[in-house]
Design a protein around this ligand. Structure first.
Ligand code: EPU
Length: 459
């Protein structure tokens, strides 16, 4: 398993262009299962989650043709409906094939996704929504089996204890496109990734209004065709790199920056002392050029993660790393995944002063991080450890960076191009080589053989 060796203390500067959003891509790729003609998606990031999704779609009878960040998806076998546990367990977002399979193929068998590093991640709201549309749902051998001749539009309240559900909204909105009659989704997720999915589905012939608001209305149609669509830039990747600039007191120009999708984050960063300025006010604020710089003295903030347009849970770990270096006490509360704090113990190993009480962490700023070996536990927690490593005195080793490869395309190379010093290596291989090269402490015992050497020669 690869690891990063980071030499901290290098200021980031230069230019960076952003890829399409992973979390937008996954449900948009699943929407290909609804289409009766090829679907072309552009600005696809090069990530292991995307390869896993392509593998899953192939198993479901949907082939892909990829070239330079553009993928064309075409169904070749509409009878396949089983998303196996072997694939689903590698990527929880596989659940977004459930709605499209059921709506188009009348049957779906999708392995129930397990929890993840940061706690239980139920899908009860997805199932509630599909049942409301008339599906029969059973659980057999760890698989969800959903069947329906034709789904029927209705009104569905999709809010839960932690607010709206992003992939749940994607699943129900996608399924409702081919339902008979009108579906109203109340308490729908308002994330930009849902708006991007609605834009794509409408290009395919769906009739969706209200995406981006808590009430989405879908008028069912008989059939969906193909489309050609470019994915929105990745707001989480964009803000992660903006925080990397801030934590190294850097100065970087970002191209294709989704400024409009990051207003809560920009507000918090500005309170901390980070400047994020649009270069050209005429550019589309959803995909524009910005300059990120930061003041040497970071100020503390109080923030709470919330569904969009609030501060995203997917940036809590990275922001926490930055706040560790602020002058004073910050308070960070996690309202979406109360257990999403795997990075707290690792940041503490690097000298952070953190006190966690339930879903809240009090951060007492320290002057600097100290490099240390740390363990990545999930995608965003890993990113926060890399950020801390960039600012740390000395060397930081972040183990298990395969988590990062799920959501950041070649993060080491991207940051190195801006002046960071990160080396990717395989610690298992290095350890094996070290052991092989090390002189033996005890002398080799003499070889005692009952046979003359010649007798044991095979050839
Ligand atoms: N929830 C339920 N029941 C459900 C579904 C969700 O109680 O049926 C709860 C969850 O446990 C959580 C909250 O509702 O407390 C929100 O979960 P949501 O369903 O919105 O999460 P998701 O759609 O499974 C997506 C992103 C996550 C991101 C969340 C929240 C993708 C592929 N994943 O997950 O991204 O954290 O929305 O914004 O879009 C990441 O990129 O690192 C990541 C984990």
């Amino acid at each position: 398993m690869d690891a990063f060796r980071i030499q901290g203390g290098n200021r980031l500067s230069g230019r960076i262009a952003l890829d399409g959003s992973k979390n937008a891509c996954l449900p948009l790729m699943a929407a290909a299962l609804l289409a009766d003609a090829p679907l072309t998606l552009r600005r696809i990031p090069n990530l292991s989650d995307i390869s896993n999704m392509l593998r899953l779609l192939e198993e479901l009878g949907c082939s892909s043709n990829s070239k330079h960040g553009t993928i064309t998806l075409s169904n070749f076998d509409q009878t396949r409906t089983h998303a196996r546990y072997e694939i689903v367990r590698t990527m929880r977002a596989s659940v977004c094939v459930l709605g499209p399979l059921l709506a188009r193929r009348k049957h779906a068998r999708v392995a129930m996704p397990g929890g993840c590093a940061f706690g239980a991640r139920p899908i009860d709201l997805h199932l509630k929504g599909l049942e409301a549309l008339g599906a029969k749902i059973e659980l057999k051998g760890g698989d969800i089996i959903a069947t329906a001749d034709r789904l029927k539009g209705t009104t569905i309240f999709l809010g839960g204890a932690y607010g709206s559900t992003v992939l749940g909204t994607a699943n129900i909105m996608s399924a409702a496109t081919l339902a008979e009659g009108t579906t109203t989704i109340e308490s729908a997720a308002c994330e930009p990734e849902i708006v991007d999915l609605a834009i794509l589905l409408n290009l395919m012939g769906a009739k969706i209004t209200g995406a981006g608001s808590p009430r989405i209305i879908v008028e069912g149609v008989e059939q969906l065709g193909g489309a050609d669509h470019a994915i929105i830039p990745d707001r989480i990747v964009a803000a992660t790199y903006a925080i990397a600039v801030a934590i190294t007191n850097g100065d970087v120009i970002f191209h294709d920056f989704p400024y409009d999708y990051l207003l809560a984050v920009i507000d918090s960063l500005q309170q901390v002392g980070v400047n994020i300025n649009r270069i050209d006010p005429e550019e589309d604020p959803r995909c524009c050029t910005v300059q990120v710089t930061s003041s040497r003295r970071l100020k503390p903030v109080i923030l709470t993660t919330q569904p969009y347009p609030g501060f995203p849970t997917d940036l809590q770990a990275q922001m926490l790393a930055l706040l560790c270096l602020a002058e004073g006490n910050s308070i960070v509360t996690e309202k979406i995944y109360p257990e999403r704090f795997m990075h707290v113990a690792e940041l503490t190993r690097m000298g952070a002063n953190l006190f966690r009480q339930g879903p809240t962490v009090v951060v007492q700023g320290v002057p600097h991080f100290v490099g240390a070996p740390v363990m990545a536990s999930d995608l965003r927690a890993s990113a926060s450890l890399v950020l801390a490593g960039l600012a740390a005195e000395g060397e930081t080793i972040v183990q298990r960076v395969y988590h990062l490869d799920r959501g950041y395309s070649q993060m080491d190379q991207t940051l190195n191009a801006l002046g960071a010093k990160i080396e990717r290596f395989n610690p298992d291989k290095s350890l094996a080589e070290e052991i092989a090269a090390a002189p033996s402490e005890t002398p080799e015992p003499p070889v005692i053989s009952a046979f003359p050497t010649e007798a044991v020669k095979i050839r």
